[in-house]
Design a protein around this ligand. Structure first.
Ligand code: NAD
Length: 332
């Protein structure tokens, strides 16, 4: 029945059912790196939960997936506490929703807004710490506050500089991914050896990074795109676009497709371009990311408990027909 006809008790029961199923899928996705359903199925159910919680704010629980960054820490890894939390990202699934995001922002700030528009790489978030220009610690996002120390494994990833071109002490963040070619070869080998194959490059990358033996990681040919750092002052920059340029100069792999867009029309053109080209890229993307380019404005807009208010992901529609039946008990 339509949501307007729900009583609070019914909404609460429906939310509980959704949280349970999302939790089960997250466990498989984040902990075992073996998703039970495709991302768009997860996203649709997550959106259903958001709609319910927005209509009935009293039913929100602090352990709801809408209030937490997904991901757990595997036993066997040393835990690290992120000095600044590694957050998730809000998402939209249509240009109309993107326009809403843009209008909301423009209503809240007086300054001109331009956006750094970037590809949304389908890998997993990593943090890299450098002291005096030397790579000293690498970690996963984990639950956003506590991640896994995977320094030894990240030292085997060729695109991560062991030494920067300047002796800076900084923490950078980005995405570690498995190029499509490495993924195809890995699954081919695994099939020949009678081993289970990985569902997609994202899960293969996550499984490869969280290995207790770094030789396994080294053989998997992972790569990175770095897209942010925790303290912009260290690079003396005022925009996201300038930060990317500086990160590249320091020796990081920075995705070259990023574009500064002044209007939503330009953003839409970028989306159309990469939606059409995504199969030709060497790596998987699942959308594009829109970030307020001015760092001062980013700081002014701040974050919610889970996501920055100054950025949003536009997720591409699913490519293949869905292979898993979406059948959640909604009515109570
Ligand atoms: P997210 O993956 O949608 O977005 C946040 C992440 O995007 C960041 O942490 C970062 O790692 C990444 N990213 C890629 N390119 C970036 C760029 N240019 N700039 C900034 N960040 C960039 O959100 P999430 O919280 O990491 O994960 C939730 C998503 O995971 C869901 O939307 C769903 O698609 C997927 N998921 C799937 C299942 C499943 O069963 N299939 C289960 C749980 C979660």
């Amino acid at each position: 029945k339509p949501i307007e006809q729900y009583t609070e008790q019914e909404a609460s029961a429906a939310a509980l059912a959704l949280r349970n199923v999302l939790e089960q899928w997250s466990q498989a996705y984040y902990t075992a790196d073996e998703p039970l359903v495709e991302d768009h199925i997860y996203d649709e159910n997550y959106r259903d939960l958001e709609i319910l919680e927005q209509a009935f704010p009293a039913i929100v629980t602090s352990d709801s997936p809408t209030q937490q960054v997904g991901g757990q820490v595997l036993p066997g890894f040393t835990k690290v506490t992120h000095e600044q939390p590694m957050l998730s990202m809000g998402d939209v699934f249509s240009v109309a929703e993107l326009a809403n995001f843009d209008q909301r922002l423009r209503k809240n700030v007086t300054a001109e807004i331009d956006y750094s528009v970037e590809l949304k790489i389908d890998g997993l978030a990593i943090s890299l710490i450098y002291e005096n220009g030397i790579f000293v610690r690498g970690a996963t996002r984990g639950n956003g506050t506590i991640g896994e120390d995977i320094t030894k494994n990240l030292k085997t990833v060729k695109s991560i500089p062991q030494k920067l071109s300047e002796p800076l002490s900084i923490e950078v963040r980005g995405e570690c991914y498995m190029p499509k070619i490495s993924f195809a070869k890995l699954n081919e080998r695994r099939e020949a050896d009678g081993l289970a194959t990985f569902a997609n490059p994202r899960n293969a990358a996550a499984g490869s990074l969280r290995q207790l033996d770094s030789k396994v990681t080294a053989a998997r040919n992972l790569a990175t795109w770095i897209y942010t750092l925790t303290d912009y002052a260290a690079l003396n920059v005022t925009t996201q676009a300038d930060a990317l340029t500086r990160l590249h100069e320091l020796g990081f792999a920075v995705n070259p497709t990023t574009k500064v867009c002044r209007s939503l029309d330009e953003v839409e053109a970028f989306i159309a371009e990469y939606q059409a080209q995504r199969n030709q890229l060497d790596y998987d993307i699942d959308g594009i990311v829109l970030k307020v380019n001015s760092l001062a404005l980013q700081a002014e807009l701040g974050n919610t408990v889970k996501v920055p208010r100054w950025e949003i992901a536009y997720k591409f529609p699913p490519e293949e027909a869905q292979t898993v039946i979406h059948d959640i008990e909604w009515t109570v």
